[in-house]
Design a binder for this molecule. Structure first.
Ligand code: GAL
Length: 476
């Protein structure tokens, strides 16, 4: 009897430990999925006929002459300790002078083999004062759209890409729910103006980046560090998206229009597998940065809590069902590690052996597939609205393109409904707090002569578009 009982307890113990190990995926070195890229054949990719290949920009980063919005004001300021807000005290200034050079730039898009262009309409130029719309600015974007359509390039227009007029900033922007109608009025006006020429509309770009950088980390305007305010801004921006979505759907042309929001996914993975605080940290970060928005869009409930600091829960059913598609912006992930340093409690260090981009994160193509699966849970078609690398030496771009597109292909094979892919970005431009230091462009920009030169690594994108699209291997 004693022997049976001991054997049974050993079996139970082994079983318990076994399942625990399985649960923790003991065969993995790190908590997050990683491929051995030396064994992957990235040439197997195939994309369906009709897949939309594009490039992306945003107004403030390329146009120049944006001197009446929240960023123009921010660029002139310094932090309380005297450090300029933008790296090296730069400002957006004339940027790529895309406002004047757009015809040449649209020809560059064609050169890459892409057939779609994601750009943003600069609210501060179109509505410089509340309710007063500037005809010259409205005409300008008509010219851009005509030029795109003449060239057979599909336009995707973004309505809010981090910038808004100074008058809106002074009203408290998205800190206050009562300001949302101003945004909706702008959206209605430009939608009525351009709906005949725009195929795809993005309401807001990356609400979590806007809220985190501007209201939690203080790196973007208005430079706050307040978790409560960040949570409100995140919620209000998503609510603004939903309100704009429904308003546009009720306008002529609205029913058949394709309108979505753009979500950036940046995974926060625990640095150490066996250290619970790293997992908790990753969980809380992810809840704010990724899950709060996805959950709100899925269920109409916005909830975020930080024990002892804040608890926010609201329900707006109009947010549910406010997407014809979801735009996914994907770059990388971070590994979070809790440090015993009250002034600097979190490290985001990469893994040994990781290849870094010029931004403070590594190349992590595996995360692209994870992110596509995650946004698939929204149940609507997906457009990858941004993906790209800052690589001033141009020695990682080609491999980045091959591996990320391989990951996207795998996600599509798994059933993710991806309809298009927009590379960030057409040409080097004003990279927000980093100024002109980051070189994300397929084309190098000489900011003195405004000459654009195609980078060697960028040719990989053109090759894949040309050779791997519309093949009979893929069901269409
Ligand atoms: C995104 C943003 C873009 C661009 C890109 C590269 O967060 O939407 O405007 O700056 O990052 O960092």
């Amino acid at each position: 009897m004693l022997v049976v009982a001991s054997v049974l307890s050993v079996v139970l113990l082994v079983g318990f430990l076994g399942s625990l190990l399985l649960l923790l995926r003991w065969n993995r070195r790190y908590p997050e999925p990683r491929l051995d890229w030396t064994k992957v054949d990235t040439e197997v990719v195939r994309f369906p006929k009709g897949f939309l290949w594009g490039v992306a920009t945003s107004a403030h980063q390329v146009e120049g002459g944006c001197d009446n919005n929240n960023w123009s004001q921010w660029e002139k300021q310094s932090a309380p300790d005297g450090t300029p807000r933008i790296s090296g005290g730069q400002n957006s200034g004339a940027a790529c002078d895309h406002w004047n050079l757009f015809l040449e730039d649209l020809d560059l898009i064609r050169q890459t083999g892409a057939g779609a262009y994601r750009f943003s309409l600069e609210w501060s130029k179109i509505e410089p004062r509340p309710g007063r719309f500037d005809q010259a600015a409205l005409d300008h974007y008509h010219q851009v759209l005509d030029a795109l359509n003449d060239r057979g390039i599909v336009p995707m227009a973004t309505l809010h890409h981090f910038t808004h007029p100074l008058w809106f900033e002074r009203l408290g922007a998205f800190e206050k729910e009562e300001n949302i109608p101003h945004f909706v009025r702008f959206c209605e006006r430009v939608f009525s103006e351009y709906q005949g020429s725009v195929r795809l509309w993005c309401t807001v770009n990356e609400p979590a980046v806007f809220a985190t950088m501007g209201y939690l980390m203080g790196i973007f305007p208005p430079g706050r560090r307040d978790p409560g305010q960040a949570a409100h801004v995140l919620r209000n921006l998503l609510l603004a998206h939903a309100k704009a979505y429904h308003a546009l759907k009720h306008l002529p042309g609205g029913e058949s229009a394709s309108i979505g929001a753009v979500k950036n996914i940046f995974q926060l993975d625990p640095h150490r597998r066996w250290y619970l605080p790293d997992w908790l940290l990753a969980r809380v970060g992810d809840a704010f940065y990724n899950e709060a928005a996805l959950h709100y869009l899925r269920t109409g409930t916005f909830k975020f809590s930080l024990p002892g600091v804040l608890k926010l829960q609201t329900m707006e059913l109009e947010v549910m069902g406010s997407l014809d598609f979801i735009g996914l912006n994907y770059y990388s992930h971070v590994n979070v590690k809790l440090l015993l340093n009250p002034r600097n409690p979190v490290s985001y260090a990469a893994r040994p052996g990781d290849t870094m981009t010029d931004m403070p994160y590594a190349i992590y193509p595996e995360g692209f597939k994870r992110a596509l699966h995650r946004v698939s849970t929204l149940g609507v078609p997906i457009y990858v609205t941004e993906n790209g690398i800052a690589d001033s030496r141009d020695d990682r771009r080609a491999q980045f393109i091959r591996r990320y597109l391989y990951s996207m292909y795998r996600a599509m094979e798994d059933g993710c409904d991806v309809r298009g892919y927009f590379y960030w970005t057409l040409m080097d431009n004003f990279e927000w707090a980093e100024g002109y230091d980051m070189k994300f462009g397929l084309f190098h920009t000489d900011f003195v002569t405004q000459k654009r030169t195609l980078r060697r690594g960028s040719r990989e994108l053109s090759r894949i578009i040309r050779e791997k699209t519309g093949s009979t291997n893929q069901s269409q």
